[in-house]
Design a protein around this ligand. Structure first.
Ligand code: URA
Length: 216
């Protein structure tokens, strides 16, 4: 039993003991997110569950200003069941801090919740099987802005296909929630020269300024 489930059981016990003033709210985001994550952890809708070590549902605030969406778990994320905790994640942490947030005050998730073998790009049927979980997470968490990290995140959320360099920093909408696409942190890490690295970092920072403007 996880923390939320334990809490619900304790609440039920007190209600049975006559504490009628205690209410179990069915639309509580913690409760709903917990249900989604429990479903993810039992998912067999595509073959990736066979090769993964851990499901990576996502984590963070239940009422985030920003929901960062990546592609899918890498090796470290697969090992620990947590999103963006490898090298790209360390860079994402820095971006989040620079925006004035912490990992805990935003939400971090992915298009797919299981690591594809050798970190290959997720296949169409894998995305189709998995993306309803992300859409449910968005519906429950109601973030003020969605940040798509890279082409895979943006194209699959929006059902479009564009070079990320063409769309980054522009505002789109998903279910009336502003969407800002930007480069994936791995793209920054894969630049060859220091100049290219700082160029890419600067562009991401420009995009994050737009995110902050929307929130303000
Ligand atoms: N890259 C992603 O897109 N997601 C993660 O969780 C980690 C690395």
């Amino acid at each position: 039993m996880n923390t939320v489930e334990t809490f619900i059981e304790i609440l039920k016990f007190y209600k049975e003991m006559g504490a009628e003033f205690l209410e179990l709210k069915q639309d509580d985001p913690g409760l709903l997110l917990n249900q989604i994550h429990n479903e993810i952890k039992q998912c067999t809708k595509c073959d990736l569950h066979k090769t993964k070590s851990n499901y990576v549902p996502g984590e963070g605030s239940l009422r985030p200003d920003v929901f960062f969406i990546g592609e899918g778990p890498g090796e470290t994320e697969d090992r620990f069941g947590r999103p963006f905790i490898g090298k790209a994640g360390q860079l994402l942490d820095k971006i989040i801090l620079k925006m004035g947030y912490t990992r805990e005050s935003v939400f971090i998730g992915n298009i797919i919740k299981c690591r594809p073998p050798n970190n290959r790009t997720p296949l169409k049927d894998e995305v189709e099987a998995c993306i309803p979980y992300l859409k449910s997470q968005i519906e429950v968490l109601k973030p003020k802005v969605l940040v798509c990290l890279g082409k895979v995140a943006f194209d699959n959320l929006m059902g479009q296909s564009h070079p990320i360099s063409k769309v980054r920093g522009q505002r789109f909408d998903y279910q009336n929630i502003p969407v800002i696409p930007t480069f994936h942190p791995s793209y920054i890490l894969h630049q060859r020269s220091k100049q290219e690295i700082s160029g890419a970092k600067w562009k991401v920072w420009e995009d994050m300024q737009k995110v902050l403007e929307i929130i303000r």
